[in-house]
Design a binder for this molecule. Sequence first.
Ligand code: GUN
Length: 289
Amino acid sequence: MARIIDGKALASKLRERVATGVAEFHALTGRAPGLDVVLVGDDPASAVYTRNKEKAAAEVGIRGALHRLPTTTTEAELLEFVQRLNADPAIDGILVQLPLPNGIDPNRVTDAIDPSKDVDGFHPVNAGMLCVGREGLVPCTPRGCMALLDAHLAAIGAGPDLGGKHAVVIGRSNIVGKPMAQLLLARNATVTVAHSRTRDLPALCRTADVLVAAVGRPKMVGADWIKPGAIVLDVGINRTAEGKLCGDVDTEAAMTVAGAVTPVPGGVGPMTIAMLLENTLTAASRRVG
Ligand code: GUN
């Protein structure tokens, strides 16, 4: 039976560590790190996500602000708003919640954020830095996955190096799949990025020592997709027909074959916000030099 990697517990530990770092930053600089979240429009899911981010920031002592802009906001107005946040020295992290209303190009908005304040790690400068192995800000969900992987490896007495291991990432998004592949590559894994055009996905996945599922298809990864003993990281957050939360992995089935599995909920999800807080502290610390 696979080991369950407890993301809730790890995220809680990480938040405590960030809170300590925030207190040290405050003692050193006389101010708290600042995270400003921008929500455009009234998408109900985005409203919940952004409120959670604001609340989590406050809990670790980060000065958080949530800016709610109306659905009628134009791209020019949003770009000007982002410029104001860029110019404010009390703001260390800027996050513009996606998706944006129709008529606003998300790429133009991402490009407008000062890369040193881009706590999402979505700016092309930060994506490029990750790609060439230089210091930047790294997207929160892949960082959360790596932290879960590291916690598991440490728990079984293995080192963090993935040399000789095959990692398969299902999904090629800029937010998860591509940065995840880079992080695994940086650990010396042999990485395959699979996607909707990949042939015989189950057979490919069965060769993975580390399998990351980030596609958004409920319970797509079954037991017959998993190599015995593999570590399975489930990034999916979906709802079943009955409205129950589930991942991209059929967790119960996977547990009979895998060495370790992240649950949904309580796996990657809680790590994402914890990593956002850590990215904010990192951005703040680098900005004060
Ligand atoms: N929408 C869903 N997830 C995210 C995220 O991590 N960052 C932003 N900016 N928007 C999102």
